[in-house]
Design a protein around this ligand. Sequence first.
Ligand code: GLC
Length: 594
Amino acid sequence: MTSTAPLTTGDLTAGAPVHSLAGSGEWWRDAVIYQVYPRSFADGNGDGIGDLPGVTAKLDHLKQLGVDAVWLSPFYRSPQKDAGYDVADYRDIDPLFGTLADFDEMLAGAHERGLKIIVDLVPNHSSDQHVWFQEALTAAPGSAARERYMFRDGRGPAGSDVPNNWQSIFGGPAWTRLAPSEDDGPLGPQWYLHLFDSTQPDLNWENPEVREEFEAVLRFWLDRGVDGFRVDVAHGMIKAPGLPDWEGQVAMVEGTVEESTDKATDPGAPEDGSTGAGHHGPMFDQDGVHEIYRAWHRVLAEYDGDRCLVAEAWVEPLSRLARYVRPDEMNQAFNFSFLTAPWDAARLRTVVGASLSTMDAVGAPTTWVLSNHDVVRHVSRLGLADIGSGPLNGIGANDPQPDLELGTRRARAATLLMLGLPGSAYMYQGEELGLPDHTTLPDDVREDPSFFRTGGAEPGRDGCRVPLPWVGGAPGNGFGATGKTWLPQPDVYAELAADKQYGVEGSTYEMYRTALELRRAEKIGAGVLSWVDALTDSPDVVAFRVAGVVVLANLGAAPLPLPAGTDVLVASGDLATSADAVAVPADTTVWLRA
Ligand code: GLC
């Protein structure tokens, strides 16, 4: 492999800042936030499912790692038809995960360690076991109880056709018809809308009672002391008037790399940083949602301590996403355009630059994220031959399998690139161990409703939700005391367990810890990004300067020699060292002292 021409120190000069230093120092502007998926983090009672006492027991792991905050996926009372994103009681903990006392203990333990806690709020839909839906089932059409959800008469003379043609994101029709009842009118039983599973009826956000209830739920958790909320499907609550037919089909995670550069017909073309992460259709990103967030902003403002709201909104172009984080709305929005960007230097530069400048325009920080509980972990995603067009929300045993070695190398490089960016970064549990997905799960252990509703056409998201390995080689790799795990772990988890990586030089865990320590010391999160001038057109290298650090990611095949005497602060892989130069190999990122 031939090297490109060596860089000189002068080549690392940075140009004009891409954005300003927005904001007034709230903690969430530059925080590193770690996502705990409670059922798979750590099991305190040995039933094979993670729980809140398990989280409390592992708070020192998070503190040592160096994150600022933890976001917990739902732990509320729920029949678990969508792993807790189907909430039956917004004010209680499911017995699977513990009790409200366990929650308080976890929260206090986190706060003692200086860690903030963000909880998940699921307002688009409830569980069908929620007392409101149960009431609606026995109430008459048009009643106040039905008005809390999206009930409609069917089409056709006997009302037997779906009210419109919308498809559920998990597959199949977005409508389910009730069983017949004596209250039915001439059109027979009504139908209810569910953008997700049929056990997740959509709430009617045009109804003031629904708005009041959720403001009360916010207060319930704010009074308990939480530092913020991650808002599930934040772009879905308001639907277009009249619920018009729409021919499209929305997937949980949209595919990427649809190359469109036609700005005239496609406002989401790559110049905007769009990478295909946006959900379209009359059920998404309606202007009416913003009024809800303005009201929530006012609720949070009554509390001390910079409580925050984080939008899970699959919206593109970025200028539409920025509307969710205007000064009187939410505070952050997940940057899925970054997550779905292909491993390509030019595309990454575009999405990073567009993200920073677009969020800056509304005074909000940019967020960065590579993995979560809905997408294939970045180790597995980036190990696919055809990155970007491969499946984003699940790899099945019959799909092309990722190359773990390649994926790990690229994932570590992607992580160092991400942690070098200003703003707030989100990590998904286990990425600090370099965990891949379980990509060959047998069908009979799968639980994700998207697998069942698509008749197996989509493998679903179970592969990224496998219980974490804490003690390599112990039963269940130390997930809990009994060795039970609700999903089987792949063999490689034994080597990647936390205890095999603590203090081990070169381990993924130590790379994360070092990077997080440097990020804090160098104030990278609160810094301003400038591109390294000499490399702004490079097809292979992404290079920028933030605070006192230059980040260089080499995505090309040829090693990139560094200027003589460069001070390397951290590297995602071994550097190639010869007598006269140190070079950054393919798929490797370094942080240099600027
Ligand atoms: C969000 C969650 C996902 C869930 C869906 C329905 O996208 O992240 O896990 O299935 O909403 O609540």
